[in-house]
Design a protein around this ligand. Structure first.
Ligand code: DGL
Length: 282
């Protein structure tokens, strides 16, 4: 790899569009940094894939982002994190920041002593979540609620549809009945459903989205590696997807809140070529 420039972009990826909830927190915290976002929507949801497949996708996307010259990577996907983060960190030459369901802050702030964690089945069944529950669940009840179907709804930008509401009511009702006062959003797709979740659970429950904490951690890691951008300038956010560019542009624009042009992920390879970072096409 070529030497890292402080003006190099930061790469962010997810199984799909969910990581945009992390990207917007990064954009707010680090407005001068160029960002490359990869939505692996052609392969979403990861939750239904086996671990080897998810680890392979995480490796492929990380390699593409490295070829495009990124100075840091954010794995904006809880599922990819629990499956692949150790392997990824073992070889990746730039700082890698990843997700973790916010069980610790929820456990520290609950008053009722009951918290609910919404995430994919794969995330909830992982050793990482078992470790968090063992560490912070001694004096409280941690209810793990898998939410099949929600990622698919967000991938279609169906944030308020009847189907989405029905799914959410089904997943949230047992948590409410059990007395949960705190809901952890343990999948990066779910913050897009926060307004509907709020409607269902009412005004008093705490809903915890770890995106801001992840953006803070990224800023800290950049400082630690002396890699923050060197000067004030207009930063760019570029979007790439492994699904057809036109529908991806519509969905990502809807979730991002402004019209953006999404490129095919193969363009990341061409981008790297243009910059002279790799010699072969993708
Ligand atoms: N956004 C991903 C996460 O945080 C969704 C995983 C999936 O595609 O199943 O876990």
């Amino acid at each position: 790899m070529t030497a890292l420039s402080t003006d190099a972009p930061i790469g962010v990826f997810d199984s799909g569009v969910g990581g945009l909830s992390v990207l917007r927190a990064i954009r707010a915290a680090l407005p001068m940094e160029d960002l490359l976002y990869v939505a692996d929507s052609g392969y979403a949801p990861y939750g239904d894939r086996d671990a080897e497949f998810i680890a392979d996708r995480a490796t492929t996307i990380t390699e593409l982002l490295l070829d495009a010259g990124v100075k840091a990577i954010v794995v904006a996907c809880n599922t990819a994190t629990v499956v692949a983060i150790e392997k990824l960190r073992a070889w990746c030459p730039v700082p890698v920041v990843a997700m973790e369901p916010a069980i610790k802050p929820a456990a520290q702030t609950t008053k009722s002593g009951v918290i609910g964690v919404l995430a994919t089945s794969r995330t909830l069944a992982s050793p990482s979540v078992a470790r968090l529950c063992a560490a912070y669940g001694k004096d409280i009840a941690i209810l793990l609620q898998p939410c099949p179907g929600l990622v698919e709804q967000v991938e279609k930008a169906q944030l308020h549809s009847d189907v989405t509401r029905e799914l959410l009511v089904g997943y949230l009702s047992p948590l409410l009945l059990a007395g949960a006062d705190t809901i952890v959003l343990g999948c990066t797709h779910y913050p897009f459903l926060a307004p509907l979740i709020r409607e269902i659970v009412g005004p008093d429950l705490a809903i915890i989205d770890p995106a801001t904490a992840v953006a803070k951690e990224l800023a800290r890691r950049l400082q630690g590696n002396l890699l923050p951008v060197s000067a004030e300038r207009a930063a760019e956010v570029s979007f790439f997807s492994s699904t057809a560019a036109e529908p991806a542009s519509m969905i990502i624009s809807a979730l991002w809140g402004s019209r953006v042009l999404v490129q095919d992920v193969s363009q990341l390879g061409y981008r790297a070529q243009r910059l002279g970072l790799i010699s072969t096409g993708f």
